[in-house]
Design a protein around this ligand. Sequence first.
Ligand code: FAD
Ligand code: DHB
Length: 389
Amino acid sequence: MRTQVAIIGGGPSGLLLSQLLHSAGIESVVLERRSRDYVLSRIRAGVLETGLVDLMHEAGVGDRMEREGFVHDGTLLANGNEQFRIDFKALTGRHVMVYGQTEVTRDLYEARDAAGGTVIHECRGVKPHDLDTAAPFVTFLHDGKVNRLDCDFVAGCDGYHGPSRQEIPTAERTEYEKTYPFGWLGVLSETPPVADELIYANSERGFALCSMRNDSLSRYYIQCDLSDSPDDWTDDMFWDELKRRIPEEAADRLVTGPSIEKSIAPLRSFVCEPMRWGRLFLCGDAAHIVPPTGAKGLNTAASDVHYLFNALRHFYHDRDDEGLEKYSETALARIWKTERFSWWFSSLMHRYPDQSGFDLRMQQAELAFLRDNEAAQKAMAESYVGLPY
Ligand code: FAD
Ligand code: DHB
């Protein structure tokens, strides 16, 4: 088999890149380890920056999102029983779109199918070769056979646990990491959301987030211990704990119901430098992770895809390789700013096991400053709606 761009990983990064390349007449093949149903059953992000919304339109897959997604002009921040609003529209003139990652992925799969794109599922042992030459290739096992895919470039879109990043020699790779001493327990339930906008809550009992997918589907999270398992939490325990962490008036309104998904995610900040080695280009979680507070994971994956897509387009259409040469530098400049925001917002909203009285006062002072200071709100809003590409 031969293609122009071999894409490892059929999550949102890989599929969006593949669909954008198709729109520019550039061929790609996506190699995915899991089945399509498995990929579509992973409940993850829910808030899209306008940059990602625009990319979906550019890829020709924005119609359902435009019909079914919800525009949010602001968000609520709660501190105990107090609550204030960050007005994205007034502060930045921009907004975010609530539309689940599952739906983004579904739309992209459908578009790839409609265009006759090749997405090979259940590939095993995917391995890139000769990345430091002009003729790289990828080998993989599929249907009991070893296959070889020759290509011009390899895009490593295979998430945090994928093999692509490991292809950058250790001597040339630096990994920066911070782990957080707690996780998020998430519940999806077929209940109406508690508020029209998201509520990020800092409480004495730990962080909570009230989010949503649509008018009758809610997504809630609470900070939990890293040693917890979803089975430790019955639905009743979850709802009781959530109610204790959000303002009373919201707790009184909260409609509860059976969970249809329950999972725990650890929190981590991680960046791999560089994001390019020879003909290998990393995108999304393969190169970086943010803690989920502020919903930047999927959006940062999208900005990488934007840079890589445009670099490849200029290479194939204009024989200009400047974008490819500068890809790592350009993508990392934005990534580090998003890492800062996600780290800051996580630090502001969570309770840490070793937090001193001073640390707590600093958190309270920072929340009060944000509540009262328009410049601070503007800085927060600019990062939340998405830094420019
Ligand atoms: P992924 O979505 O991880 O996709 C990578 C793909 O590569 C996967 O389909 C995987 O099966 C495939 N793959 C892996 N190894 C191989 C291999 N060897 N061969 C072939 N294919 C391979 N972000 C938010 O903004 N908000 C959230 O609430 C949120 N919740 C999250 C919860 C969890 C449990 C996780 C893990 C992430 C969450 N994120 C969240 C982050 C967000 O979902 C990711 O940033 C986003 O999925 C990144 O997309 P990606 O395509 O780069 O990586
Ligand atoms: C969601 C997740 C987030 O991490 C966030 O900051 C906002 C919303 C969500 O899954 O809906």
